[in-house]
Design a protein around this ligand. Structure first.
Ligand SMILES: NC(=O)c1ccc[n+]([C@@H]2O[C@H](COP(=O)([O-])OP(=O)(O)OC[C@H]3O[C@@H](n4cnc5c(N)ncnc54)[C@H](OP(=O)(O)O)[C@@H]3O)[C@@H](O)[C@H]2O)c1
Length: 267
């Protein structure tokens, strides 16, 4: 596994973690999460909205040693609602401190100052360690940053994959300058990569992968993390898929291969 710094904190997190949206639960999923952490991908992302915090709790009990990231829903962004949502998540996760607490989506009808103030109260109380956001534009991110008085916004979780390259337009440069980590969600296009509709892209990625003994999916993930300051969180309930995903780190595509993926991803 390769590691990157989380925001300005100096704390190391892996470049490949694991998502849990639509994770079915059950023995195989728990085993897959534990296996991922054994392979160094010890970053697990969940959300109160996903209903998978209790599955993550079981994986932690099963021996998964992970940095736990969860999210507060956009309908819980009033000060007291944030505090209550965090308490519910701590209980569901069976832990005393959430490593990264993220605002799942911005809510324009609630002042960001109010939400950030609640998050800072949670840091002071030791209930969360770091504050992150998700689906924030560059402008929303800047607003959140100025609302934070005692803490930094360490990350922005956004959709980023060979199918979705919008963040490259301006968010990337801003996050790099501000030392805010990018957490790439749906890095396999929610499985679109493996569908019949993407067979052209899949074959082209597989062709590049043959130079490295890697699969098409591993090329797609390596291309993402190779952009720098990016942690990808593919979701899988299968041990074999998790093992494959973890093999996306620890090697690099050549410059010409990166350029070839850049071209594929405009399909
Ligand atoms: N912040 C947000 O608003 C937001 C939104 C969406 C997602 N997310 C986060 O990002 C995580 C990942 O995104 P995602 O779940 O949308 O989609 P994804 O990770 O891009 O794709 C997941 C799909 O790919 C399949 N897959 C994974 N690895 C595979 C492999 N090696 N070979 C073949 N198929 C594979 C999975 O099936 P199997 O389970 O069968 O392997 C699943 O169907 C989520 O779980 C969630 O934690 C956040």
């Amino acid at each position: 596994m390769e590691y990157m710094g989380l925001g300005k904190t100096g704390e190391k997190i892996p470049v490949i973690g694991m998502g849990t949206w639509k994770l079915a639960g059950g023995k195989e999923c728990i085993e897959a999460l534990r296996r991922g952490t054994e392979l160094g991908g010890n970053f697990i992302d969940t959300a109160e909205m996903y209903g998978t915090e209790s599955t993550v709790a079981l994986a932690l009990k099963d021996g998964a040693d992970a940095f736990v990231a969860t999210k507060v829903s956009p309908n819980h962004l009033r000060h007291d609602e944030v505090i209550k949502a965090c308490d519910r998540s701590l209980k569901a996760l069976g832990i005393k401190t959430i490593d990264l607490y993220q605002i799942h989506w911005p809510n324009p009808s609630i002042p960001i100052r109010e939400t950030i103030s609640a998050m800072e109260t949670l840091v002071a109380a030791g209930k969360i360690r770091h504050i992150g956001v998700s689906n924030f534009s560059r402008e929303e991110l800047a607003e959140a940053q100025s609302a934070a008085k005692r803490n930094e916004i360490v990350s922005n979780q956004i959709e980023y994959s060979v199918f979705e390259r919008n963040p490259e337009k301006s968010l990337f440069a801003y996050c790099r300058k501000e030392k805010i980590s990018i957490i790439a969600y749906s890095p396999l296009g929610q499985g679109l990569l493996y569908s019949q509709r993407s067979s052209g892209a899949l074959e082209a990625l597989a062709e590049i992968g043959r130079n490295h003994g890697k699969s098409a999916g591993q090329v797609a993930l390596n291309w993402l993390i190779g952009k720098g300051n990016v942690l990808a969180i593919p979701k899988s309930g299968s041990r074999a898929h998790v093992e494959e995903n973890m093999g996306s780190a620890g090697w690099r595509l050549s410059e010409s291969e990166v350029a070839a993926v850049d071209r594929i991803s405009q399909y």
